[in-house]
Design a binder for this molecule. Structure first.
Ligand code: ADP
Ligand code: MG
Length: 752
């Protein structure tokens, strides 16, 4: 037994010394073969095939030129075995270009098309650096990989585990939404490599006692442009401020940031910018076939339904703008049984369900409806046949990432983009960004209309009506909020037809649009009033038409959508001001000035001959014949009594009036509060359409109170409120008359 023990000790000792030897050799190899800063081994594509590795020509030599296999790199046996075990033999372009630089510790800004193997380009240098430093459990966190979404983090964690399986590092997946934060807290200090979302990492930095990153060696941002984006800005700044400046930083994305500000935030040191496909003819994978179809908004679901029915043996990933759209289309299509499994993925699903859906979708014939939560980085086992973008992406980068879910590595894939006629400018933008997209016409004969089916579905399942309404509103709101106004204009959309296409019996009220219009009207009126106050009255008639004429183009277009009521009100405001102004002017001119020297506040009364009388002299008894009139005290008292009564009456009226006004104000406040609550919900739906926002928000340090609110089910809260008050009115669909009735009832309830 003792002999056995000593043998194993001996064996461990030998292994350790071999490892030390290997590390020494690797370090020498790396040091000796350091590529020149700014060089790219792929810059010599015309080298003859039989040319030895490293030889450029007779006089030039560069260690990594011509290296195509992982085994030709200065990598440890453990990493090489891990790569071989996962069948990674030949390097992809981004791996060939970046690994020589990253292995010798340089900061990297790597840009390469979607599906081109960027993950290994940062996983390998992490493993190697920590291995060469002989990093152990007691050394704590040596590397952090940050991903914008939980699914991507989980995928990166899997790659790290499979390639790094022969290393002894401990790695942890820290993503939000999972229970077990307490267990994580206990173990996080023992981990060497963290794969995380920004929110969860910051949560640990804030809450976990003794959480230490001071020895961090390598920081990686996958989908770097997204993480450096405004949504994660606060979180990332907070994270970076707690990391040591002396570290290696690797940034990778298909749409890389070049912003000096961003790079300064991360304090990169002479980063190597390696954009391997910059000179490529196309910005998207070569084996990807891209198509665009111009289709009116109200026919999009017909087209999607027809498409799904025609591709029942494919794996299809469908992108929609908002979470509510995803929910509605998924639920509705599921009830219509298209003949292919349907799934949905969005940021508000619970974590287990999200990861479950993601792994179930990989490698099956199914349709996955998703928000942009799936647009970044996900590999889906290279199995997606089609990417269908039902709604236009926010920008070219989003397009590139969405279509990048198919045609990964060396597989082929296809994508379709549905464009509303008002969004066709997107096509130009895509083509300018080197995206080879072809436009095709919709074959109307093959369209299978689904709107009628949806309408009857909504009758059969009244719950679906609410979903449809939310889908309708959140879509319009998203378009309204889009930054690129050249492409997105909510005023140009066929709103009524769109509502009908979702099967809705009535077009829901679009509050945010009406409010925008109201605000505009108010601004117009105030401008006129300001001019009125500050300028001479004489120029008023000229100002009024000018102010009316000066309506911006935007105003004009919004008038198309204005309800008749609000436009008439705006006009009426102007007319009232016009008719009031001349009257004021006449009055002012005719003002008489009497006895300017009399004390302020004295009342002057004249007798029939025009003489001024002392106060109350008219009440004197003139029949007593005295030259100096005597005051009749009874008459005065009577007069006072009458005035007192009159005042009391007026007082009573005033009180009533004030009470009424108070009630109205309270009721308005209540309605506003209800409206805001609904709008908050809409905003919530929109912002939540991208799951990572959740992490970002948490990271930005929202108060727990606010977070709690964020998760309140406002739909059911509103319903409960309605039920409690015994009203059956849905605030989404009520007409003006119904709103008035509601207001009266509210008034009545307050009164009682
Ligand atoms: P990206 O991050 O550039 O979008 P990934 O790193 O997710 O791409 O890789 C895309 C696919 O290519 C993955 O399925 C991965 O397993 C595969 N892959 C990456 N590198 C190699 C390689 N050298 N050899 C074979 N397959 C690879
Ligand atoms: Mg990736």
């Amino acid at each position: 037994m003792r002999r056995l023990k000593s043998k194993s000790r001996q064996f461990r000792k030998e292994r350790r010394s071999l490892e030390v030897q290997e590390i020494g050799l690797l370090e020498k190899w790396i040091e000796y073969g350091k590529p020149d800063p700014g060089s790219n081994p792929l810059s010599f594509p015309s080298l003859p095939k039989e040319s030895p590795v490293g030889r450029i020509n007779e006089n030039q030599f560069s260690r990594y030129v011509g290296c195509e296999l992982f085994r030709q790199l200065p990598l440890s046996k453990k990493t090489k075995d891990g790569l071989k075990g996962s069948s990674y033999i030949k390097m992809t372009d981004i791996q060939r270009a970046s690994l020589p630089h990253s292995l010798c510790g340089r900061d990297i800004l790597g840009a390469a098309k979607t599906g081109s193997g960027k993950t290994l380009a940062f996983v390998i240098p992490i493993l190697e650096k920590l291995h060469r430093m002989r990093w152990g459990p007691e050394d704590g966190v040596g590397s952090i990989i940050i991903s914008p979404t939980r699914e991507l983090a989980s995928q990166l964690f899997d790659v790290l585990n499979s390639v790094g399986k022969y290393h002894g590092f401990s790695a942890g997946l820290l993503i939000g939404g999972r229970r077990g934060m307490d267990t994580e807290k206990e173990r996080v200090n023992e981990l060497n490599i963290l794969v995380c979302t920004p929110g969860r990492l910051l949560q640990h930095m804030d809450e976990t006692p003794n959480f230490e990153c001071s020895e961090l060696q390598v920081l990686v941002l996958d989908e770097a442009d997204r993480i450096l984006d405004i949504g994660f800005k606060k979180a990332l700044n907070a994270i970076v401020s707690q990391l040591p400046k002396q570290r290696q930083t690797l940034l990778f994305s298909a749409t890389q940031t070049k912003s000096v500000q961003d790079l300064a935030r991360l304090s990169l040191k002479d980063p190597e910018y390696l954009s391997v496909h910059e000179d490529a003819i196309t910005a998207t994978p070569q084996k990807l076939q891209e198509t665009a179809m111009v289709v009116p908004l109200d026919q999009k679901l017909d087209l999607l339904w027809s498409f799904i029915k025609a591709h029942l043996t494919s794996t299809i990933l469908v992108f929609l703008t908002s979470r509510k759209q995803v929910k509605f289309v998924f639920e509705a299509f599921k009830k219509l049984h298209p003949g292919i499994p349907l799934k949905c993925l969005h940021g508000k699903m619970n974590q287990e369900k999200r990861l479950g859906t993601y792994s179930q979708f990989c490698g099956t014939c199914a349709v996955l409806f998703s928000t942009d939560v799936s647009s970044r980085g996900l590999d889906f086992d290279k199995a997606v046949d089609w990417v269908v973008q039902v709604d236009c992406p926010a920008d070219v980068a989003t397009y590139i990432h969405r279509v990048g879910r198919t045609a990964r590595y060396d597989t082929a894939g296809r994508s379709i983009l549905f464009l509303e006629p008002s969004e066709v400018k997107m096509l130009e933008k895509l083509k300018t960004a080197k995206i080879p997209i072809k436009s095709t016409k919709v074959n109307e004969n093959r369209l299978q209309p689904v709107s009628a089916l949806l309408a009857s579905l909504l009758v059969k399942f009244p719950d679906m009506q609410h979903l449809a309404r939310r889908a309708f509103i959140t879509y319009l709101k998203a378009i309204h909020k889009e930054k690129d106004k050249e492409i997105f204009d909510v005023m140009k959309l066929p709103i009524e037809e769109f509502s009908a296409s979702l099967g809705l019996p009535m077009t829901p009220k679009i509050r945010f649009l009406n409010r925008k219009i109201e605000v505009k009207n108010v601004t117009k009126t105030t401008t006129t009033l300001e001019l009125d106050n500050s300028s001479a009255f004489e120029i008023l008639p000229e100002i009024l038409p000018t102010a009316a004429d000066n309506k911006s183009k935007e105003d004009k277009s919004s008038e198309d959508l204005l309800t008749q009521g609000s436009f008439c009100e705006a006009k009426r405001d102007l007319i009232e001001i016009e008719s009031l102004a001349p009257a004021t002017r006449v009055l002012k001119k005719k003002k008489l000035k009497i006895n300017v020297h009399r004390p302020v506040g004295t009342r002057v009364v004249f007798d029939e001959d025009g003489h001024a009388l002392p106060p109350l002299a008219t009440l004197a008894d003139r029949n007593n014949g005295d030259s100096s009139p005597q005051i009749d005290v009874d008459k005065v008292q009577g007069r006072y009594e009458m005035m007192r009564q009159k005042l009391e009456e007026e007082d009573q009226e005033d009180k009533l009036q004030a009470r009424r006004l108070r009630k109205e104000k309270r009721m308005k406040k209540k309605m506003k509060w209800q409206r805001e609550k609904l709008e908050e919900e809409e905003d919530d739906e929109l912002s939540g359409s991208v799951g990572e926002e959740e992490d970002a928000a948490a990271a930005a340090g929202r108060s727990s109170k606010k977070q709690k609110l964020y998760f309140v089910d406002t739909d059911s809260a509103a319903e409960k409120q309605d039920k409690k008050s015994g009203w059956d009115i849905n605030p989404d669909t009520i007409s003006v008359a119904e709103q008035e009735a509601l207001a009266l009832r509210l008034l009545g309830s307050m009164h009682s």
